[in-house]
Design a protein around this ligand. Structure first.
Ligand code: NAI
Ligand code: PHE
Length: 353
C-alpha cells in the first residue's frame, strides 16, 4: 500500500521520522510550492498503520494546494500528520510536549518550505509551544501574540458556503430548513451556533456525548453517529473526518445540499459526478472550508485586520457562485469545476495576466 501511495502522489516531498521514546511517527508532506511556501495544519491522531498516516498526509497536502489556489492565497499546500501510539486523550502532558518539540525540530529542518497550523488533534495552545522552538507555525493563541484558532473563520466560511449552495438549490432562507451536522468539534459546534441564529432546524451528531449535550443548548435534535447519513435534510454538513461520501452514500443520501468543513469529503471524483447526476448541490470541500486558511494566511502573511479577514471569508460564497455557474455551463460536477478553477490559478503563476 505504501508503494501505491508514494508512486501515485504528485507532490514534492514527504518526510518521515519515528521517535522511539514516545512511539510517535511524524510525517510532513509538501505537495506544492508553486504559489508560495507550503502550508497546512498538523493532524495528530491514532492511525491503524504508518502507511495510512503517510497516505492521509499526502492526500491532505494535495487538498491544501487546491484550497490555497481556489482562495487565491499566496501559499502552496502541505500537511503534517503525527501518528500517535494511542488516542490523544491517553497521551500524558510530558509525552505530548516531547512530541510537539520533535515536530518543531522537523519544521526547522524544512526551514520555511512548509508552515503548519492547527488541525484535528492540535490547537492554538499547541502552536504556542511549537512556535517557541520553531517559527514556522501559524495560529498561536492571542495570549502568545497570534491570531488565534482557525476554527471560527472556518465555520463562518462554511456557513457562507451553505447559504450560497442552498440558493443554488432554490432555497433562499435557512429559517425552518433542516441542517444535519456530522461532528461537533471546533468547527461543527460554531457552525451549529451560527445556523441556530438563522432559525435553522438542526439535527446533529458526534461520537462525544458531551458535545451532543452542548448542541442541545442550540435546540438541536441529536441522533446517533450512524444515523446522520440517513436523515432527510435540506443541507448535510460533514464536519468530522474525510471520505464520508462514497459512491453508495452518494446514491442514496436524502439531502439537497452538501457543504461542510471536512477535508477530502468525497471518496473519489466519481462520487462528485453521482451527486451532480442526482441534482445534489455539492460545495467542494477545499472551497467551502478555506476560512481557516484565509484567517491564518491573511493575518500572519498578508497583514490583514480581523475585519478584512471576515470580508475575504464571506467571498467563499462568491467563489462558489462562480464554480456553480461553470459547472452548469460545462455540464461537469461542481467538484471538477472547482478543481479546474484551482488548476487555472496554479498554471497562471509566473505568467503575465
Ligand atoms: P475537531 O477535532 O475539533 O472536531 C471533529 C469532531 O468530529 C469531534 O467532535 C469528533 O468527536 C467528531 N467525530 C469524529 N468522528 C466522528 C464520527 N464518526 N461521527 C460523528 N462525529 C465524529 O476538528 P475541527 O477543527 O472541528 O475540524 C473538523 C473537520 O474540518 C476536520 O476534517 C478538519 O480537517 C476540517 N477542517 C478544519 C479546519 C479548522 O480550521 N479547524 C479548517 C479546514 C478544515
Ligand atoms: N487545518 C486547517 C485547514 O485544513 C487550517 C490551516 C490552514 C492550518 C492553513 C494551517 C495552514 O485548512
Amino acid at each position: 500500500m505504501i508503494e501505491f501511495s508514494l508512486t501515485g502522489w504528485n507532490g514534492l516531498l514527504c518526510s518521515t521520522r519515528y521517535d522511539h521514546e514516545t512511539e510517535a511517527f511524524f510525517v510532513i508532506a509538501v505537495h506544492s510550492r508553486t504559489r508560495g511556501p507550503a502550508a497546512g495544519g498538523t493532524r495528530a491522531m491514532h492511525y491503524s498503520s504508518y502507511a495510512g498516516a503517510i497516505d492521509d498526509a499526502m492526500r491532505l497536502a494535495g487538498a491544501m494546494t487546491l484550497k490555497m489556489a481556489a482562495a487565491d492565497l499566496p501559499m502552496g499546500g502541505g500537511k503534517s500528520v503525527i501518528a500517535l501510539p494511542r488516542p490523544r486523550h491517553e497521551i500524558d502532558d510530558l509525552t505530548w510536549r516531547r512530541i510537539l518539540s520533535i515536530h518543531a525540530e522537523n519544521l526547522s529542518v524544512l526551514n520555511g518550505s512548509y508552515w503548519t497550523g492547527p488541525d484535528v488533534g492540535t490547537t492554538s495552545t499547541d502552536m504556542d509551544l511549537v512556535h517557541i522552538e520553531s517559527t514556522f507555525a501559524f495560529g498561536r493563541s492571542a495570549a502568545a501574540g497570534g491570531p488565534g484558532s482557525s476554527a471560527p473563520a472556518t465555520a463562518q466560511g462554511v456557513f457562507a458556503a451553505i447559504k450560497a449552495s442552498a440558493r443554488e438549490a432554490g432555497i433562499n432562507r435557512l429559517a425552518g430548513r433542516r441542517i444535519a451536522i456530522q461532528g461537533l468539534g471546533a468547527v461543527g459546534m460554531e457552525l451549529a451556533r451560527l445556523a441556530s441564529q438563522d432559525a435553522a432546524n438542526l439535527v446533529v451528531t458526534d461520537v462525544d456525548p458531551e458535545r451532543c449535550r452542548r448542541a442541545r443548548g442550540f435546540g438541536a435534535l441529536v441522533v446517533e453517529p450512524d444515523e446522520i447519513l440517513q436523515i432527510s435534510s435540506d443541507v448535510f454538513a460533514p464536519c468530522a473526518m474525510g471520505e464520508v461520501i462514497d459512491l453508495e452514500v452518494a446514491q442514496r443520501i436524502p439531502t439537497a445540499v452538501i457543504a461542510g468543513a471536512a477535508n477530502n469529503v468525497l471518496a473519489d471524483a466519481a462520487v462528485g459526478d453521482e451527486l451532480s447526476r442526482r441534482g445534489i448541490v455539492y460545495a467542494p470541500d477545499f472551497v467551502a472550508n478555506a476560512g481557516g486558511a484565509i484567517h491564518l494566511v491573511g493575518r500572519e502573511v498578508l497583514g490583514w485586520t480581523a475585519d478584512e479577514v471576515g470580508a475575504h471569508v464571506d467571498l467563499i460564497g462568491t467563489t462558489l457562485g462562480r464554480v456553480f455557474a461553470d459547472s452548469r455551463r460545462r455540464g461537469v460536477s461542481t467538484d471538477r469545476a472547482a478543481r479546474d478553477l484551482a488548476a487555472s490559478r496554479l498554471s497562471l503563476v509566473g505568467t503575465a495576466s
